[in-house]
Design a protein around this ligand. Structure first.
Ligand code: BG6
Length: 484
């Protein structure tokens, strides 16, 4: 076992069937994550990894495709090359045309040869949603919907509430809800889970975590990349559906939810859903849409798809009444950073004021900054006394907890955690259907608005065009530090 990797729970030996196993998601995310878990000893030699694809592919060809995506992983491990070879020993190939009835019978024989109630059979649909229904039918007719079978899907799960319901109905006509794992990879990120630890494993924040003490909350997910070679997908989707409907709303839920009674799938998801249901529909003046200047050129045709969205969101419940949540995400921004900034209200009275006038520095509020990525960690901004005699001079200081430095080890990739949770049958970090639909309910009017509005152009390398959303209230965006 590789010492540099975090210790982790035992996972039952499983059969992973990756449908679309030679596609981008499989090569970039799924296999590198499995490799890391193999290095950690969580994926054992008893696992089987089935690559299901349309075209025949030899193990050598597959390995050649996979290797570049594993390079960063391999270079950090003892005997990386040997490890990849050993992982390849677990891989089996099945060439299947999902549109052809009974095309999964060969695969079914291999799976059934080792079938046992303790051995999860995991079908990962790493294919376009238009093929989900056919794939489910193939699985069903091959007799592979066993009590221990699980189905994994990822967005885009529809383009609005109705189409999402339709896709999910197809999945649910074959699998039960408790067999379906809907991935939002943000939930697999270490700091996102740490947000729950911060809130529910400590007492000091909970008393302040409400509209009495919090002035506003900002959630920023900024990317430096553009739509790039995904432009044809992205242009039909836009930032609202690509990022806001899922990742940003999930972050918002974790910040805003009530403490669940237990940290389990049902209770965590019940609380997240309550937040989604309490979101007030956003007024058009509280929505800013942007598009980076080069975007239309990249797409090759004039387009009004938003590559940036910022909103002021209000949550209609006792805890959050009146506290604005400013959330924004965009591509080709100045820095790649995801951050949640909790800005507390200022002190009710300033005892340090001179002649009744508060020094500017004394007006800086306390802030808790949760850095989701990169350089994961927490910063608490405080005010302290400047050392030295001669009066009480205050200066901004900070408590800084860098997870990287504290744990002195690599933080696992989101997919590592999620893939192992699927094998362990733990749905806590996956989205339940009612949550997904509640998120669409909030998003549908925004998508509708976006079809009618021309986005504001923004410069690549800026932080987007939404400053005005806050300035009228005397607030400003708190931009992530580039070198944080
Ligand atoms: C994906 C989006 O879900 O998340 C991409 O489709 C985006 O457009 C990506 O780039 C961001 O993920 P991360 O983990 O790099 O922040």
């Amino acid at each position: 076992m590789n010492e540099a990797l975090p210790q982790s729970a035992v996972v039952p030996a499983s059969d992973y069937v990756i449908i679309g196993g030679t596609g981008d998601l499989a090569l970039r995310k799924i296999f590198p994550a499995l490799l890391l878990r193999y290095a950690a000893g969580q994926v054992t030699d008893d696992f089987r990894l089935f690559v299901v694809c349309r075209q025949v592919i030899s193990p050598e060809e597959f390995k050649a495709k996979l290797e570049p995506h594993c390079q960063p992983t391999l270079s950090g491990l003892d005997d990386g090359a040997g490890l990849l070879n050993r992982l390849m020993g677990l891989v089996e190939f099945a060439c299947i045309d999902m549109s052809k009835p009974m095309s999964m019978t060969g695969l079914a024989e291999s799976l059934m040869a080792k079938a046992d109630a303790e051995r999860p059979v995991i079908f990962y649909l790493s294919i376009a949603p238009s093929l989900f229904s056919a794939a489910c039918q193939r699985i069903h007719e091959a007799g592979l919907v066993l009590p221990q079978s699980r189905l994994v899907v990822e967005k885009p799960l529809g383009h609005d509430r109705a189409s999402s319901q339709e896709i999910n109905d197809e999945l649910l006509s074959v699998f039960r809800e408790d067999q379906i794992y809907r991935i939002d990879h943000y939930l697999g990120k270490e700091t996102v889970q740490n947000l729950m630890a911060l809130r529910f494993a400590n007492v000091i924040f909970e008393a302040l975590w409400n509209n009495r003490y919090i002035d506003n909350i900002q959630i920023t997910v900024a990317e430096t990349v553009g739509a790039g070679n995904r432009a044809s997908y992205y242009d039909n989707y836009g930032a609202i559906r690509d990022m806001l409907q899922n990742h940003l709303l999930q972050l918002l839920c974790l910040v805003a939810m009530e403490p669940p009674a237990r940290f389990n799938a049902d209770q965590v998801r019940n609380e997240k859903k309550r937040v989604l249901e309490a979101l007030r529909p956003v007024r058009p003046e509280n929505v800013v849409l942007g598009q980076y200047q080069e975007y239309a050129h990249e797409v090759g045709v004039p387009t009004t798809t938003e590559t940036y969205v910022a909103l002021k969101v209000l949550i209609d419940n006792w805890r959050w009444a009146g506290v604005p949540f400013y959330i924004r995400t965009g591509k080709k921004l100045k820095t790649r950073a995801s951050e949640i900034v909790i800005t507390f209200k200022n002190r009710p009275h300033d005892i340090f004021a001179k002649d009744g006038i508060t020094d500017e520095i004394n007006e800086i509020p306390n802030r808790l900054i949760i850095r989701v990525q990169p350089h994961e960690g927490l910063r608490l901004l405080l005010t302290s006394k400047e050392p030295g005699p001669g009066g009480m001079r205050l200066f901004p200081s900070e408590l800084n907890l860098s997870f990287g430095e504290t744990f002195n080890e690599r933080l696992p990739e989101a997919y590592e955690r999620l893939l192992m949770d699927i094998a362990r049958g733990n749905q806590t970090l996956f989205m339940r259907l009612d949550e997904v639909l509640a998120a669409w309910e909030f998003i549908d009017p925004l998508v509708d608005l976006a079809t009618k509005r021309i986005p504001l152009m923004y410069r690549e390398g800026s932080m987007g065009p939404a400053d005005d959303l806050l300035t009228s209230t005397g607030r400003a965006w708190f931009d992530p530090k580039e070198d944080a």
